[in-house]
Design a protein around this ligand. Structure first.
Ligand SMILES: [Zn+2]
Length: 174
């Protein structure tokens, strides 16, 4: 396994629509494992392939708390087959928008069909943080970031700050 560099917004690679995986073979499994390692190394609870520069419909998620056993989920071609009418705002962050958070409204529960790491079709019913996280990661596959759900004013403030911190980082001599 290897950790991969995470792309920070704004970046055109975060705005592309990812392509479906034909089948989960060794290469896709490797990508899933590398993504999980990258996510754990950054203390994240989810990661989508476009965030590591791979335009494939692959996401990984683990919402287990620090004192709990890890519960990694590897999903290829995830698809929402049912969503609750019940919608709730929750605070959201993203490894591609480090240190920025905003409230995003999403269905509280979803049922998701996907292909697992053994190329089997599965369905999972998720609610709460897990449902929120899966929907957030699935947005990445459409080139959508959580800031695209908030007002343009708030979005631009966050994106400008990210550009500024990137410039500052580049000015620091290595
Ligand atoms: Zn994200």
């Amino acid at each position: 396994m290897a950790t991969l560099p995470i792309i920070i917004a704004p970046d055109p690679r975060l705005k592309v629509k990812a392509k479906a995986v034909e089948r989960v073979d060794g290469e896709v499994r490797q990508l899933m494992d590398d993504m999980l390692e990258t996510m754990y190394a950054s203390n994240g609870i989810g990661l989508a392939a476009p965030q590591v520069g791979v335009a494939k419909r692959v996401i990984v998620v683990d919402v287990a708390r620090e004192n709990e056993k890890p519960r990694p989920l590897r999903l290829a071609n995830p698809e929402i087959v049912w969503a609750s009418d019940d919608i709730q705002p929750r605070n959201e962050g993203c490894l591609s928008l480090p240190e920025h958070y905003a409230e995003v409204e999403r269905p509280v529960a979803v049922r998701v069909r996907y292909i697992d790491h053994e190329n089997e079709i599965r369905e999972i019913e998720a609610e709460g943080v897990l449902a929120q996280c899966i929907q957030h990661e699935m947005d990445h596959l459409e080139g959508v970031l959580f800031v695209d759900h908030i007002s343009a004013l708030k979005r631009n403030i966050i994106l400008r700050k990210l550009v500024k911190s990137r410039k500052l980082a580049q000015e620091v001599p290595a």
